[in-house]
Design a protein around this ligand. Structure first.
Ligand code: PXP
Length: 391
């Protein structure tokens, strides 16, 4: 066990321990130290003040302390590196002051502590301080690169509403399988369908056929019901997105309450991971849900953009956009892959696509609505122009 993470914190932890562990393992590897032991202890300001007084004779808390086990002459290349202690209270204050997320500040402090363990110092001379700062920036960049899986935002198109129109007549047309092919030819990077328990639009036949025809990526959206889970395991889509599902709703209303059903979701996710199917959890832009998604082992979160898109005023839209951006950033910093969707249209998509943290947008209704007037190929291309106009 090269990385030991412990938390001795009196309040509910504001961070995800699995995210900290993952970042620590990456950092060890980036420093060529994957065989060595590194321990990280997360404390509050009170305990940090106590340690700061005891070991450095200084009053008050500090952000990070490193206790190297490699001082003196008695160590070999595979000796344990030592302990880094970080105050989460100070980390949170510094994150706020710097306008960055808690996990990002925590990563920066972990890097700082690790470099100390590896013998770097910023107090001996200006030259060493400059070298350590440069090493910190470089390690953070390399860690970001390791955690970013896709450099460009992808457009995944939800074709449910083609099936809605078909089901309105109970005949064979229009066919969502053909629609998916047209979307892909127009440049879509993925196809999404929601197989609902009531089968109001997408049918089992559609999902099985799409598995054979989709050339990009098939994302199966679903509630965590046993019958649908079994179908998903049989179909083997490229990924599944778990959503809350209510029979009376017109469309998915809110995000999943992951924090309130961690045990159930963890066991569903385990089933999919065992079958090599990554799982995304559709959640509201809420730090508590992001942290819970990481803890239950999700690979992705899909951040709900509905309230941002439905905002009644520009002021409200800007507030909701900030919530989406912050949640996406926090999820990304935790090592989750991040998608977003719901309600996005030709006016609201570009700012979300411009967020550097989001891999994929899942968009359905707006594209199908425009397709009625301009054709599906054209509607997809116009939305792609919004997605790639990012940054
Ligand atoms: N993401 C999720 C989880 C959804 O449930 C839906 C609606 O099916 C979408 C994205 C697409 O939303 P819209 O049709 O409003 O673009």
């Amino acid at each position: 066990m090269p990385v030991l993470i412990r938390a001795d914190y009196p309040n509910p932890l504001p961070i995800s321990l699995s995210a900290v562990r993952e970042a620590a393992i990456h950092l060890l590897a980036l420093c060529g130290q994957e065989q060595n032991d590194w321990s990280i202890l997360l404390v509050d300001d009170q305990q940090m003040a106590h340690l700061n007084q005891q070991y450095r004779g200084k009053k008050g808390p500090t952000n990070v302390l490193s206790f190297s086990l490699r001082e003196g002459e008695d160590f070999t290349a595979d000796s344990p590196l030592g302990d880094v202690v970080i105050s989460l209270d100070t980390t949170a204050r510094e994150a706020l002051n710097n306008g960055i997320t808690l996990h990002r500040r925590l990563k920066i402090l972990m890097i700082h502590g690790l470099l100390h363990l590896l013998g770097q110092d910023h107090e001996r001379s200006d030259a060493e301080a400059d070298a350590m700062e440069a090493a910190e920036r470089q390690l953070l960049r390399r860690l970001d690169k390791k955690q970013r899986k896709e450099p460009m935002t992808n457009l995944a198109i939800n074709v449910d509403h083609v099936a809605t129109l078909r089901q309105a007549r109970g005949i064979a047309e229009p066919d969502p399988v053909l629609a998916a092919g047209i979307c892909e030819l127009a440049g879509a990077g993925g196809i999404v369908v929601h197989l609902r328990e009531d089968r109001r639009h997408i049918q089992d036949r559609d999902v099985y056929l799409l598995r054979q025809t989709v050339k990009t990526k098939l994302n199966l959206e679903m509630g965590a019901a046993k019958e649908i889970i079994n179908i998903a395991l049989d179909v083997k889509p490229d990924m599944v997105t778990l959503v809350p599902e209510k029979r009376q709703e017109l469309t998915t209303e809110g995000g999943l309450n992951v924090a309130g059903q961690k045990k159930k979701l963890a066991s569903v996710i385990d089933k999919f991971i065992a079958a090599n199917i990554p799982v995304s959890l559709f959640i509201d832009p809420d730090a508590k849900q992001v942290k819970a998604a990481k803890e239950v082992g999700a690979t992705f979160v899909e951040i709900h953009t509905g309230r941002y898109c439905d905002a009644a005023s520009e002021e409200e839209r800007s507030k909701e956009f900030d919530l989406v951006a912050t949640a996406a950033e926090e999820a990304f910093e935790m090592g989750l892959r991040v998608n977003a969707g719901h309600g996005l249209n030709y006016l609201t998509t570009a700012p979300v696509a411009a967020l550097g943290t989001i891999e994929e947008l899942s968009i359905g209704h707006a594209i199908m609505a425009r397709a009625i007037f301009v054709g599906l190929d054209q509607a997809v291309r116009e939305m792609l122009a919004q997605v790639v106009a990012r940054g």
